[in-house]
Design a protein around this ligand. Structure first.
Ligand code: ARG
Length: 463
């Protein structure tokens, strides 16, 4: 670090010795916050236009700033921008380069603002952009789920509780359970966007500014729905970043649960599904292996997003008002959260509609474990037994089946009648898997026609 460089620092006049080289690197954020260059330039354009509107800059100065910023942006996008640690962060790097291009006028841009409201504005714009990129990916995932649910509306598989065979369900119904989770994630993200979309610009360092700024105008130029009501809160609030990360953590939790099932289902023990080869890899030593890498990785990546949520909560918990340098630590967790969510979503949206369901296997599995025992109990209630008594009768029949290795549907009428003489020939209709799922024929039930109706409603919802 040369002294020459250090004298260029915007804050240098107050200091009598140069920043320690290590401290300079330690306190810099340019290595990672350069990612927000577009939002930073967007914010500066709005600020400059506002300064012109209220008479602080003239039209020629505005023109020069706009052209200078356009050049900065193209240099960055061409990979020609010389990022400087001495200029600490994205805000000062851009401003310094602007001033070196357009001269004196560049130094006027920072009138009536501070990096504190500038960075708060940049992060909000950044998260809003990412939300607008994530929402269509969530829709694409939902569309894939609906495609699979519709295709497998009649396919029967065992439904589990405690990972023990419970009752038969349709595969489509199972898929729609995942759809509902993602639907709530979408709602959470849309709701989060409302609070993200607030303009802190004009809060300046912490107390507002003495210039006659027009906050509503910058907010409008930047597409913000409202302006923050308190300047101290405006520069220090990071709730919106926490909310976004909480959305992300919840989404990842859902994708991780889903992943767990995909891993189980594609195992040799279950053989419920085939994941297309392009989502799997082999083993370097065991030639027979086809590993479900994508779901495993998504399950594994969930932990880092939880970690980021905890980082951001902890980052904020002891900060007095207003801005503190601590806040610079919000960016890396946020950026990694965005990368992790976007990568995981893309993989899932590609993979889900390509899942192949091995219908004979899921059907066979549903036949094991006495999955229609509840149907027999309900049948006996229909014949006049109290539910607790019918539960007892069916328990005896199941105990018999375990001994003789017969499913309830495979027992003779005489055998079944030996447990309860109210059982007649029509019992076999309820003991079949098809009869069992078809009987659960109400909104939220597993019957194939309910699955199709739910798919139709869902399609109307997501458009
Ligand atoms: N790089 C800083 C951040 O990320 C920008 C704001 C710095 N403000 C200040 N007064 N040091 O938060």
């Amino acid at each position: 670090m040369s002294n020459q460089h250090n004298q260029e620092k915007l804050s240098s006049a107050r200091f009598s010795e140069s920043t320690d080289a290590f401290v300079e690197a330690f306190t810099a954020s340019i290595q990672f916050d350069q990612r927000m260059y577009r939002q930073d330039i967007q914010g500066s354009i709005a600020h400059a236009k506002m300064l012109t509107k209220v008479g602080i800059l003239d039209d020629a100065e505005l023109q020069s700033i706009l052209e200078g910023l356009a050049q900065v942006q193209s240099e960055i996008e061409a990979g020609e921008f010389n990022w400087s640690i001495q200029q600490e962060d994205i805000h000062m790097n851009i401003e310094a380069r602007l001033t070196s291009i357009i001269g004196f006028t560049g130094k006027k841009l920072h009138t009536g603002r501070s990096r504190n409201d500038q960075v708060a504005t940049d992060i909000r714009l950044y998260i809003r952009d990412e939300i607008d990129a994530i929402l269509p990916e969530l829709t694409r995932l939902q569309q894939g789920m609906l495609l699979l649910a519709e295709r497998e509306a009649d396919s029967i598989m065992p439904g589990f509780t405690h990972l023990q065979t419970a009752q038969p369900v349709t595969f489509g119904h199972h898929m729609l359970a995942w759809f509902e989770m993602i639907k709530r994630d979408v709602e959470r993200l849309q709701d989060c966007r409302k609070r993200v979309n607030t303009s802190p610009l004009g809060s300046a360092a912490l107390a507002g500014t003495t210039y006659p700024i027009d906050r509503a105008y910058t907010a409008e130029l930047l597409g913000f729905e409202r302006i923050s009501e308190n300047s101290l809160d405006g520069v220090s609030d990071r709730d919106f970043a926490i909310e976004f990360t909480a959305f992300a953590a919840t989404l990842m939790m859902h994708l991780s649960r889903f992943s767990e099932e995909l891993v189980l289902w594609s195992s040799a023990q279950f053989q419920f599904i085939d994941l297309p080869d392009r989502f799997c890899t082999g083993s370097s030593i065991m030639p027979q292996k086809k590993n479900p890498d994508v779901p495993e990785l998504v399950r594994g990546k969930t932990g880092r997003v939880y970690g980021h949520l905890m980082s951001l909560l902890t980052l904020m918990k002891s900060q007095p008002l207003a801005y503190n340098k601590d806040n610079q630590e919000d960016k890396e967790p946020l950026f990694d959260t965005v990368d992790t969510v976007r990568g995981s979503l893309r993989a899932f949206a590609d993979m889900i509609p390509a899942i192949i369901v091995k219908r004979e296997n899921t059907y066979k599995a549903a036949k094991q474990g006495f999955s229609t025992a509840t149907d027999l109990a309900d049948y006996l209630v229909g014949k006049g037994l109290a539910f607790r008594d019918s539960h007892e009768v069916v328990g005896l029949a199941v105990a018999h089946g375990i001994k003789t290795e017969e499913d309830l549907s495979e027992m003779s009428l005489e055998t079944l009648q030996s447990f309860c003489d109210k059982i007649t020939e029509d019992v076999f209709e309820v003991l079949t898997l098809e009869g069992s799922v078809a009987a659960r024929d109400h909104i939220g039930g597993t019957a194939p026609n309910q699955v199709r109706a739910a798919v139709a409603r869902a399609k109307a919802l997501i458009g």
